[in-house]
Design a protein around this ligand. Structure first.
Ligand code: FAD
Length: 382
């Protein structure tokens, strides 16, 4: 077994780390405090090829693979979780268009996402009544001449107000003829399309610099060429995209946890009580040892899933395992980090409280922890 990174992976990791430490990390607290969408940072990431890491070079991407993407995501999330989730969704959107788009769709969207001309992409699957069960979505797309007309609402859409292109899932077949997930199709809707209304930004616990909005489609007309993939074949596209997306969220959680651990180690050495560093106490040492071990285990799960993706080996179960384990471990690690910081962990002067707020959502989006368990168990029992 070879754990060595190749030249491209090392370069991407170093590039991301350098930019994250130098440019992103110093702004992370302000991004959170001011709920500031990190537009300049995203442009910088695009300039370095990090907004389309796994998109072919011919479409403007870096074509560096899923492992490289994990490495970059960890570095960015270690600095700023809000930036990381925006990067994650944009990468996912670029990949899905590169994979399922027509040549015209690919050439229109991928280079714009990769270059930062479009600062973000959005993935609009969830609805007010369809979260864990996206097959229950109610947004419709009906054919009218040479157009599709979308009606309905989406909920929780990351970067919805800033995305140049939104990948939107809608029901194209009636429930009787196409029950369950069979009558769902996927559309590319560009920002400012008439009939698309952006809702108010959600007031979130964490990742407050990321943009999360509802979307409302009211007689929203898109050309027939907006259909992505096959008619009625959209659900499969969503599930495949989420498999890859879950590796990204696993890496995002890992990056946040790494930051929390590094700050905890520093604090355990500096902070003195009873005349000695708190790190001299076994109670603190055991926490640190467990935090480091969980991070390494999560890292290996994420890399395994990414490696499988890079080698075209089915990786759905492994991605779910990586996401479930990494996000739950990261929440625990960030909680330990607050505890190690004592009262200082509970105030905004130290980043520990931000990490805990930021990391919590990783157990919820792109499929909750419970849904990851469903995916894993189903694959074992089928
Ligand atoms: C900040 C943020 C950003 C997001 N970004 C996006 C985005 O960009 N695009 C997008 O499409 N969506 C996005 N989402 C939506 C996210 O994917 C959903 O919130 C998530 O899938 C859960 O859906 P729900 O909130 O409706 O919860 P529900 O599905 O109502 O679940 C509630 C609880 O019930 C549990 N549950 C449900 N079904 C089962 C079951 N069968 N077995 C066991 N437990 C179950 C869940 O695990 C959860 O604990 C985002 C959400 C948040 C909070």
């Amino acid at each position: 077994m070879d754990f060595t990174l190749n030249e491209t992976q090392r370069l991407i990791q170093q590039t991301a780390r350098h930019y994250a430490e130098r440019v992103i990390a110093p702004q992370a607290a302000a991004i959170d405090e001011e709920e500031r969408f990190p537009a300049d940072i995203l442009k910088g990431l695009a300039d370095m090829g990090l907004m389309a890491v796994n998109v072919p070079e011919s479409l403007g991407g870096s074509q560096a693979g899923a492992v490289a993407y994990v490495l970059a995501m960890i570095e960015v999330a270690r600095a700023c979780a809000s930036t990381a989730v925006t990067m994650a969704v944009t990468n996912m959107v670029g990949e899905v268009i590169a994979r399922f788009g027509t040549p015209e769709q690919r050439e229109r969207c991928c280079p714009r996402l990769a270059s930062g001309e479009w600062l973000a992409g959005a993935f609009a699957l969830s609805e007010p009544e369809a979260g864990s069960d996206p097959g229950a979505l109610r947004t419709t797309a009906r054919r009218d001449g040479d157009a599709w007309v979308l009606d309905g609402s989406k909920q929780w859409i990351t970067s919805g107000a800033y995305a140049g292109v939104l990948v939107v899932w809608a029901r194209t077949g009636d429930q009787a003829a196409y029950p369950g997930t069979r009558g769902i199709s996927c559309f590319l809707v560009e920002q400012a399309t008439p009939g698309l209304r952006i809702g108010r930004a959600e007031d979130k616990m964490g990742i407050r610099g990321s943009n999360t909005v509802g979307l409302h489609f009211e007689e929203c007309r898109v050309p027939e060429t907006a259909l992505l993939g096959e008619l009625h074949g959209g659900f499969k596209i969503a599930m495949m995209a989420l498999d890859g997306g879950r590796i990204g969220i696993s890496a995002q959680a890992l990056g946040i946890a790494r930051a929390a651990l590094e700050e905890s180690v520093r604090y355990a050495k500096d902070r003195k009580q009873f005349g000695r560093p708190i790190g001299d106490n076994q109670a603190i040492q055991w926490k640190l040892a467990e935090m480091q071990t969980s991070i390494d285990a999560a890292y290996l799960l994420a890399l395994r899933a990414a490696w499988m993706k890079d080698h075209a080996v089915p990786f759905s179960r492994e991605a779910a395992m990586a996401k479930m384990f990494s996000t739950e471990a990261a929440v625990q690690i960030c909680n330990h980090a607050v505890q190690i910081h004592g009262g200082y962990g509970y105030i905004r002067d130290f980043p520990a409280e931000r990490h805990l707020r930021d990391v919590r959502v990783s157990m919820i989006y792109e499929g909750t922890s419970e849904i990851q368990r469903v995916v894993i168990a189903r694959s074992m029992l089928s």
